[in-house]
Ligand binder design. Structure first.
Ligand code: SF4
Ligand code: SF4
Length: 433
């Protein structure tokens, strides 16, 4: 089996505090759900229910407005008891509907009704994906309908890349989802190809995921669309768009496969596309890896959207001691959780609590060169960091050669991880610090 890896840099991430369970645990249904109107990068969704209204499970409660916005649905049946506003982890203002659970579930515990979709046009598939508010669940939350829009003017071949690359152990939720919902992921890829008129599916899998590869290929053997299987290295940031594209181009050249433009989607997004089209179901829940050194019993949980993060830590046995850092995402690129009442949203793939405090800069750069060794782009993070700091001091901060364009810093954070002086390299280079 040939394994394709990006040519330079990268790091291997090991973390014993990542959940290791072999099947997901279904979290308790939340008595109170917090459903934010912003779970995507675009403008907030406009609430179409009011305080006091009863809502059904899966009912549309917020309508997306404008580009990059997406529809928002109730994840549980209940009554809207309040509307709240708060500052989210990134500093931006957010607001949410608070739903107190009551009434009966229309989908939970019921046999799902399958809607045959093979006869649907690309336009209808696209419209259904938009209607159910499907967003990229492993990334920024970009609406999938918006991605489909951007393919309209694309000339030539387009390949859909199914990104089952686990370069970070905090992708444990994605990995378990792949095992438990292989068929939905594969069918979601087929639906997406039809909706976007894409000519090929590429399953990109981490080396060692051979059983998953066989199962995906078995599902795909029933379709009339060309399919490729590519095994990649597991060094971080192999899953990143740039590094993954590098290895796929190398595969295409070696195997003489015309890939054309690439659209990459992860397994959670594809399973959600499947559920929207085949079951007429919005994103009601998602797999979340819950762990970190402060958590008594790390586990991958299937959690309703809107469940408060404090509740899922409690379901994992609570904390062994007071955590000094709580964040959402991976420890390499995670965002701080300001309040344990913050909810799980469509893009929350992991939450963790650490006993160790956030690394503080300890001293100046000692010119050890470690950051250069790990940069997958071949940049000199030390120099870029010093230039960015100097530009900031002189008030001349602007994008510099090496931090814009194709071979630019993409903020993978490898340099931050290895820097013995614990400097905030990537944030400074990208102008965020
Ligand atoms: S790793 Fe840190 S200390 Fe070493 S050269 Fe890079 S910035 Fe300087
Ligand atoms: S964050 Fe930027 S400079 Fe640092 S290793 Fe990644 S690409 Fe290189």
């Amino acid at each position: 089996m040939k394994v394709y890896s990006f040519p330079r840099g990268g790091i291997t991430i090991n973390d014993p505090a990542v959940p290791q369970n072999s099947s997901s645990v279904v979290a308790f249904l939340p008595a109170i759900s917090v459903i934010p109107m912003v779970q995507h990068p675009g403008g907030r969704a406009y609430p179409i229910v009011s305080v006091g209204d009863l809502v059904r499970e899966g009912m549309l409660i917020g309508r997306g407005q404008g580009p990059l916005s997406a529809n928002v649905h109730a994840s549980v049946p209940g009554r809207v008891i309040r509307m709240v506003s708060w500052k989210a982890a990134g500093g931006q203002n957010n607001d949410a509907l608070i739903i107190r659970m009551e009434g009966s579930f229309e989908k939970l515990g019921k046999r799902e009704e399958f809607f045959p979709w093979l006869g649907m046009s690309a336009f209808d598939l696209h419209r259904t994906i938009a209607e159910f508010g499907i967003v990229e669940m492993e990334g920024s939350g970009r609406p999938v309908a918006d991605m489909l829009n951007s393919l309209r003017n694309q000339q030539g071949t387009i390949s859909l890349v199914v990104r089952c690359v686990f370069d970070d152990p905090w992708l444990a939720a994605d990995r378990l989802l792949c095992r438990e919902r292989t068929q939905a992921i594969a069918e979601g890829a087929h639906i997406m190809c039809r909706a976007g008129r894409m000519g090929r599916i590429v399953f990109a899998l981490s080396q060692g995921e051979t059983e998953l590869g066989s199962r995906l290929m078995e599902e795909a053997s029933r379709w009339d669309i060309p399919v490729s299987l590519v095994y990649t290295g597991s060094r971080y940031p192999q899953r990143n768009q740039r590094e993954l594209e590098l290895v796929l181009r190398s595969f295409g050249k070696k195997e003489n496969v015309e890939l054309g433009a690439l659209l990459m989607l992860g397994p959670a997004t594809l399973a959600a596309i499947h559920d929207a089209v085949a079951y007429r179901k919005p994103i009601l829940d998602r797999y979340v890896a819950v762990g970190g050194s402060a958590v008594r019993k790390p586990q991958v949980m299937k959690v309703r959207i809107g469940t408060r993060i404090g509740e899922i830590f409690a379901e994992c046995g609570g904390f062994v001691d007071k955590p000094r850092k709580i964040a959402s995402g991976s420890p390499v690129l995670g965002r701080a959780v300001v309040d344990l009442d913050e909810p799980v949203i469509k893009t929350s793939y992991a939450v963790f609590a650490l006993l160790e405090a956030q690394a503080q800069p300890r001293r100046n750069c000692i010119s050890c060169g470690e950051c250069r060794t790990v940069c997958p782009v071949g940049l000199d993070p030390e120099e870029l960091y010093k230039n960015a700091r100097a530009a900031g001091r002189n008030g001349t901060a602007s994008r510099k050669p090496g931090i814009s364009g194709n071979d630019s810093c993409h903020g993978c954070g490898c340099c931050d991880v290895v820097c013995p002086s614990r400097l905030a390299l990537s944030q400074t280079i990208l102008g965020m610090a």
